[in-house]
Each structure stands twice: as C-alpha cells, then as structure tokens.
Design a protein around this ligand. Structure first.
Ligand code: GDD
Ligand code: MN
Length: 363
C-alpha cells in the first residue's frame, strides 16, 4: 500500500502530464507513492497520455470524468479513490515544485500536522513570475478568506499534503465546488485542525493555459457564504439566488423599456418576465450548473422545463402572497414570503427536472 497518493487534477494538460509524471518519479525516489490523475474529458488527448504512462508504471492511474468539470470536486474524488494515509494535491501544469513533496510529507508525519501547506507568501516562498495583477487578486482573496481560516499565510494554495483521517473528518461538510479545496477543508474543520506550512517558489506555466475564470471567482464567494451560513442550504442555492437577483434587474430594465415604448403595462410585464426567465436559465446553466452544463438539444429541453417550473413558481408566489395579505400580513412581508417560497420551489424543482440526474443528487 502506498504511503503517499499524489492527486493531480488535470484539464487540457496533455503537454504537461509526461513532464510532471517524470518529475514526480525523480522527486519521490525512495518513497512509497502513487499518482492519481483526475482528468475531465476534453478530447485533447490528456487521458491517453496518462493511460500510456500508466501502462509503463503501475504507480500511476487515472480517473476520467465525462461531462463533469471542477478542480475542487476532481481533488475530492481523487483523494477518496486512494487508501494511502497521506494525500498530496498538486497542479498538473508544473507550477508547483514537486521537490517539496517529501518535505511536506515529512512535516505531516513527524510534526503531526493534519494539513501541510506549500506557501508562496511565507518567508522563503515566492510567487515567481506570476503577473502582478494575479498576485494582487490572490492576496485580496487571502485577506477575504480570513473570515473562515486563520493561521495560514497562503490559504489560496492549491499545493498541500493532508492526513487521510483529517479528510474523512471533513469530507461530508465540503462545499466541493470551484478552485479552493484547501480553504474549503479548513473551513469545514471549524478550528479543529493542526496546520503547518513550508515555503516554495511558484513556477510559471510554460504549456497549456490557466482555467481560472469568472465562474471560479463567483464560486469563491459562494464558498465563503456557504461556510459562514453554517452550510444551511445546498451549495448551489447561493448561486441560484444570486442569478435570481440579476433576474429582478433584467425584469425591471425590460419592463421600463417596453412600457416606455408601448405604454401597455400588461404586455410589457409579460415580455419582461419572459426575458428575465430566459436570462436566468442561461446564467444558471453557465454559473450555477457550469460543471454539468446542458448543451445542444438538452439545453433547449432544459429551457422548456425551466419555463414550466418557474411558471408554477410564479403562481405559488402570487397565490401565497395574496393569501397572506388577506390574512392582514403587511404587504411587504406577504410579498417577500411569496418570493422566498417561490425561489425555493424554483430551485428544488429545476435542480431535479431541468439539470436533473446527478445534479439533483449531488447535494
Ligand atoms: N479535473 C479538472 N477539472 N482539473 C482542472 C479543472 C477542471 O475543471 N480546472 C482546472 N484544473 C486543473 C488544471 O489542469 C491544473 O492542473 C490545476 O487544476 C490548476 O489549474 P490552473 O488553471 O493552472 O490554475 P491556476 O494556476 O490559475 O491556480 C492554481 O494554483 C494556485 C496556486 O497554488 C490553483 O490550484 C489555485 O487554486 C491556486 O491558488
Ligand atoms: Mn496553473
């Protein structure tokens, strides 16, 4: 049984994988290790390259995910597929210095830490040639994350070793989306975690490109909200709610344009509602369900079921608010309750009927 599993999330990293696996082999000489590459299918040949290498080296294996995306979920599934007592997570793009791995492992074993983080921001560490802009954003995110996690210089790091018993303790409480799996695990531990850090110099990416985008930034805020609110609602609900707020803005915008042009209220309101529902669907498909986005024919089918679910939601909203209002509840409280209940309805019905299957079951 290997002592250390190195979990490597990979999306479109065909050129980096062979270099990384060779580098691991050199860096981990004398250790009992394995590498688990979690590759989300992109038809760029990443999986083939891993499998080819795995045919020559039994310490290497692959988890191939089809129709799925997400760095954090890839790391979680990779870690869960291992039985080693220590788990490392590192990127596939050679930005993380693999020669630090034995030291991270040693610190966990000897120092007894649950999590040993490779830090760019402690003495001796560096962000290398990372663009100044990226460093600023990373620093800002680190500062924000201090509401969830204290005592780390680099809570945004994607390079660390954890003890398997620690993973088991927190794995059911994770947000599990976006890029920040380390912060997620530490927030889930609620202070019950022994931390250590070691410095490293981050390299720059030579091949392939970064996958950090707007969705990842949105996920970061959702991660913070999720843990701050005590994990009350399913993780996706926060993004769904945020999209709902943009829907209100779209609705009012279109209403004022259409009403201004036609001076017909009912007609303008119908058009505004339809536009807002449509934009909500596409935003949810990209952001809330970006990891299992509907495409092609499934997307149009999804749009129809979304219209139906939200249509019923609107009916519930109006009926409930009217009933409360008649029962002498103040108008704003009646309206707010109607809207809240309808958004819960919309969320749970579209989670199973529109984005169905795995989406509904996955928390
Ligand atoms: N399986 C899978 N699925 N892997 C993914 C996905 C995905 O959807 N998105 C990204 N990855 C993989 C990439 O292939 C790469 O190996 C690793 O995750 C990091 O992605 P990058 O796009 O290179 O991220 P970055 O360099 O901007 O940021 C990384 O390093 C920072 C410093 O440690 C991330 O790990 C950050 O969280 C971290 O702060
Ligand atoms: Mn990278």
């Amino acid at each position: 049984m290997p002592e250390l599993s190195v979990v490597v999330p990979a999306y479109r990293e065909r050129e980096n994988i062979p270099l990384l696996l060779d580098a691991l082999e050199q860096a981990l000489v004398g250790l009992d290790w394995e590498a688990i590459v979690v590759a989300d299918s992109a038809d760029d040949g990443t999986e083939e390259v891993v499998r080819e290498h795995a045919q020559r080296d039994r310490r290497v294996r692959i988890i191939q995910r089809i129709g799925r995306r997400g760095l954090a979920s890839a790391c979680i599934e990779g870690m869960l597929s291992s039985s080693a007592p220590y788990l490392a997570v590192m990127d596939a793009d050679l930005q993380h210095d693999e020669t630090l791995l034995p030291k991270l492992l040693d610190e966990a074993k000897r120092g007894g830490a649950d999590v040993v983080v490779a830090s760019r921001y402690m003495e001796g560490g560096s962000t290398g040639e990372l663009a100044a802009e990226r460093v600023r954003v990373s620093r800002l995110a680190s500062a924000l994350s201090s509401v969830l996690c204290k005592g780390l210089t680099d809570p945004m790091s994607g390079f660390f070793v954890v003890r398997r018993t620690f993973l088991e303790r927190v794995v059911r409480k994770l947000y599990g989306r976006g890029f920040k799996i380390l912060l997620d695990m530490i927030a889930a531990a609620r202070g019950q975690v022994k931390l250590a850090e070691l410095p490293y110099r981050m390299r720059s990416r030579e091949r392939g490109e970064s996958k950090l985008g707007v969705r990842v930034i949105a996920e970061f805020f959702m991660l913070i909200l999720y843990h701050l609110t005590g994990r009350l609602l399913p993780a996706r609900f926060f993004l769904f709610g945020l999209v709902g707020v943009t829907g209100v803005v779209v609705q009012l915008g279109v209403l004022s344009l259409a009403f201004g042009a036609s001076a017909q209220f009912l007609y303008s309101q119908i058009v505004a509602t339809w536009v807002a529902m449509t934009s909500n669907f596409f935003l949810n498909n990209i952001f809330t369900y970006g990891d299992q986005r509907l495409r092609g024919a499934r997307m149009w089918r999804g749009l129809i079921s979304f219209y139906m679910a939200c249509g019923i939601g609107a009916f519930i909203n109006i009926a409930l608010a009217e009933w409360l209002f008649i029962k002498t509840v103040p108008y704003w409280a009646a309206g707010l309750t109607g809207a809240l209940v309808a958004s819960l309805w919309n969320f749970f019905t579209t989670a199973s009927f529109t984005w169905g299957g795995s989406g509904a079951r996955k928390r």
